[in-house]
Design a protein around this ligand. Structure first.
Ligand code: CU
Length: 170
């Protein structure tokens, strides 16, 4: 059955609303910088990184035993990281940055939506599909102290423990 483009877009919008509401709940103490050009990209877990400001490169491997290696790392607040993400398995994996809440909501949506909607929704600077044997990149600025999560939200993977964390130190 063909799926019309409108419901697909509506799903992507729903995903966006989830992350906005997670941000609204957690951000009440005014640490945010009010630079109008950058505020639009700000999320609860940081913002799109500027390639010119990359402080270091972190290599992350993804495997079919549903693990990221490394699964935990620490960064300084304000650090821009280039993630070079390699899929060492034989099936598709992805890396999606978020908060614990936004990833859980997103994973729930992935379990209940059409596969095509899945691909459409995974289009952003904080998420990346990597085909078997391939490598991709995410450049992300960890602008807020706290814990940022990353996960593979392909149905079953997140639930099997394909999740990691970045501790952002002030
Ligand atoms: Cu996966």
């Amino acid at each position: 059955m063909m799926i019309a483009s409108f419901p697909v877009k509506a799903l992507a919008t729903t995903a966006l609303l989830f992350s906005v509401s997670a941000w609204g709940d957690s951000e009440t103490h005014g640490h945010m910088r009010h630079d109008p050009e950058r505020t639009a990209q700000e999320t609860a877990f940081g913002r799109t990184g500027d390639p010119k400001r990359v402080a270091r490169t972190v290599r992350v491997a993804m495997s079919d035993n549903m693990r990221f290696t490394p699964a935990a790392l620490s960064v300084k607040r304000g650090e821009t990281i280039r993630f070079v993400v390699r899929n060492e398995g034989k099936i598709m994996h992805e890396m999606v940055l978020g908060t614990e809440e936004s990833l859980a909501q997103h994973a729930k949506m992935m379990r209940t939506s059409h596969h095509m909607a899945h691909d459409m929704a995974h289009d952003g600077t904080y998420m990346l599909h990597v085909a078997p044997g391939k490598t991709g990149e995410i450049i992300w600025e960890f602008s807020r102290a706290g814990t940022v999560r990353f996960g593979c939200l392909i149905p079953g993977h997140f639930e099997a423990g394909m999740i990691g964390e970045v501790r952002v130190e002030d």
